[in-house]
Design a protein around this ligand. Sequence first.
Ligand code: NAP
Length: 274
Amino acid sequence: MKNVLITGCSSGLGRALAIEFARQGWQVWATGRKKETLSDLVPLGIKAEELDVTSEKQVCQLISQVAAEGGIDVLVNNAGYGAMGATVEMPETEVRMQFETNVFAPLKLVQAVAPAMIERRSGTIINIGSISGQVVTPFSGTYCASKAAFNSFSDALRIELKPFGIDVMSVKPGAIRSRFAENAKQALARALPENSFYKPVEKALWKRANASQDRPTSAEHVARVIVSRVKAGKASGSLKLGNGSRSLPFLQWLLPESVFEWVLSRVFQLNHLK
Ligand code: NAP
């Protein structure tokens, strides 16, 4: 049985991927910051393990554990969240935490897992980036920057690991039904200063934090498409899935930059500021 290790399985896409991989006969190692959030996956034959992706110690321990049970065939870097807020007011600690979670942690995981894959000349790495790494919107500059960085790492890895028989898929989702907005709102609550320059349009900040749940595609659908690609041996290249993942880049390509930004400033009420 092949091993797939997935990060961030307490909710949303990670959870749906864990269930779908298990349904398709894989040995799933579902990981999450709190092991108890994974307990209902265990009866499905899924191994549930504690993993905060920013903890180097936990990453090393888990990878050794899976190595002792056959090694990792598929790594899914899914854990992540959206640090929302006005770029000029983002506390540095929030920016650093965003990059630790969304960029450095998955990169470290790849660096820990890939050497064994290179030696075996086989393996698959699925990186869950975001369309936000391509199409930037106001009040999400930190998140967009982290996903742009991760998308770029992922695209470079694909070319560099191909000679060793390793597939890398950069998934760039649009809106997916999950707890993403809940977590983004918590991040915004931490970042928004009392005396914010953006107080008059505070509603627009919360609207951006909630945007991922605007007509979202189901996480189960997205998981089915990803797993079917892996099963078919076609888990390479970029994959855009979920509401807005194709239409937003198309609009951005179609419209002159000034018009596109005019639309965004209206959507997020920036024209109300003086
Ligand atoms: P979600 O329901 O909030 O799930 C995010 C998962 O990441 C949760 O399990 C969360 O665990 C975990 N996580 C966060 N920080 C972590 C850390 N330090 N260590 C381990 N796990 C951590 O949201 P989702 O939509 O399924 O998000 C999955 C991925 O899709 C993310 O990378 C996100 O950026 C990306 N994405 C989502 C959307 C969307 O519209 N939903 C769109 C584009 C991209 P806790 O429960 O412990 O917080």
